[in-house]
Design a protein around this ligand. Sequence first.
Ligand code: HEM
Length: 182
Amino acid sequence: MKTSHTFIDRLLHWTLALGITFILLTVFLRLNWMEKNHVASLLTDGLSNIDVEITREQAIKIAKQIRKPMFDWHLIMGYIVTGIFILRIIYTSVKKNLYDPKTTTEKFQLWVYRGFYILLGFTLISGLLIKFGPDFIHDLAEEIHKLTLFYMIPFLIVHFTGIILAEFGSKKGIVSKMISGE
Ligand code: HEM
């Protein structure tokens, strides 16, 4: 199989990978350690130990304020990933030596990547609509955006499994090739 990972291919791949990893970290924090109900309970419990009573609503409000600077990075990195995504689409469509899959495995890989890019497009557009879209679309955009993990996690599992199988199978050196190009 002839694969050509140009410098731009690799740059786009790794910046996208880092950007998405960073975004997933903000999602993880939002759903776990910095989850608003969890932080609100810590606040109410901690304060009641020193005889300060606050309402649930007040505690949730403070919990959201604590979470905000962290989750602002979700948006910042979201804009960056959107930019890389657009560059990726442009670069792939103007690239001369378009990838031509031959075997069934290669065809499967190509469709997994295509599917991933289409779904990532939905994630980015829905994220941007939550922020900048009209009011009537806000809730729908949020519902769609929150479905992201249902394809993102399976994709990452398939992706890493495929790389490990290839590295220990017929395509030794596939990882260093994606780093150095050779
Ligand atoms: C790789 C790109 C992205 C991924 C993987 C991603 C993933 C997620 C996930 C899984 C959630 C749900 C967290 C929860 O259930 O509470 C979320 C929330 C959110 N995302 Fe993204 N996101 C991405 C890009 C963006 C972009 C580009 C924007 C807009 C600039 C954005 C704005 C938001 C907002 C505002 C929320 C909070 C929604 C709420 O209030 O419930 N995201 N994101």
